[in-house]
Design a protein around this ligand. Structure first.
Ligand SMILES: [Ca+2]
Ligand SMILES: [Ca+2]
Length: 91
């Protein structure tokens, strides 16, 4: 008897979805799992384990273009050119 009620309930929900009455709430998804939902995420593809700001963008504390997650020299002067590891390139 209970299976019939479950079947009827699921059928009604299914019909509502098909009719467009109920849509999955994709705005609340966080596809890159950084803690910032997609509808507010300015950087939707941040690497796993990267620390992010309130906009969902990976932190780059020394602003050299290499995010903290990959930056092996986290305090390079802002005037220096850096390599892919975030370390100053000798001039
Ligand atoms: Ca996100
Ligand atoms: Ca950096």
């Amino acid at each position: 008897m209970n299976k019939i009620y479950i079947y009827i309930f699921l059928s009604i929900i299914g019909m509502m979805v098909l009719a467009g009455c109920v849509t999955p709430n994709t705005a609340q998804l966080d596809s890159d799992h950084d803690g910032v939902i997609n509808s507010r995420d300015v950087c939707p593809n941040t690497p796993p384990m990267a620390l992010v700001d309130k906009y969902g963008c990976a932190l780059d504390s020394d602003h050299d273009g290499v995010i903290d997650l990959y930056d092996k020299c986290p305090n390079t002067p802002s005037t220096d050119l850096v390599n892919k590891n975030g370390c100053s390139i000798k001039k």
